[in-house]
Write a new protein. Sequence first.
Length: 275
Amino acid sequence: MLVNTFPSRHADAHKGTFGSVAIIGGDASMVGAVLLSARAALLSGAGRVYASCLSRNAPSVDMLHPEIMFRKPADLTNLAQLDCVVIGPGLGQSQTAIELLEFWLSQNVVMLIDADALNLIAKHPHLTAICKNRRAETVITPHPGEAARLLKTTTEDIQQNRTESALKLAYSLHATCVLKGANTMVAHHDGNYFINTTGNVGLASGGTGDVLSGIIGSILAQGLSGLDAAKLGVFVHGAAADALLAKGVGPAGLTASEVAVEARHIINQLSSCTT
């Protein structure tokens, strides 16, 4: 399933060469989701990473990674260019969240939609319609529960029909669908699908989905297509967990933050093989 093409890095490159990605979410008590996703995007090679939180108590700087630039949600619209917007980690279900999602779905920018943003799309038909009619590429990353809400069915039905469910979601939202879980499915709206073979049960812990969104969002910002970015992102995410397990880290107690750091090693190994 691994994609052979990875964004190349030439000697005369600058930070703008590797794309700009914004992570939007982080309502009250959920700021950590944005931090995890933004850190993963940074460690995965994006040239500029912006973090935008709804919470009034959100930090203005990430002391662990001060390279991440914080912006209020309204201020993101003033940026000259964003190559990718990741929306959903910790977004919540407020009216502000709905309005933000509606705005960004209407923009001609590559998007990754995760977590609460998917729940809002499942709940509000007008958001579903906007998503389906987008012209820019869209990647969605539901876990089985979110997929069930989107398809108006049960989690058990999703798990018993993972390929069919992923393809149905990809087609209905005109997107690339990453259906998370053991043997993560990557399905494209054109009918193609792939099964990821990396990863282990250590990924069944809080925040690993936010890290996956940051990895894929970063790769999207660096210029890969939605399908290729999703395939590469889930491979890297799983391979990072496998590498940690080989080092004796996990599966019990494996953290999302550790996966993000290890993903950087995997990406650089892959880059050295393709340049």
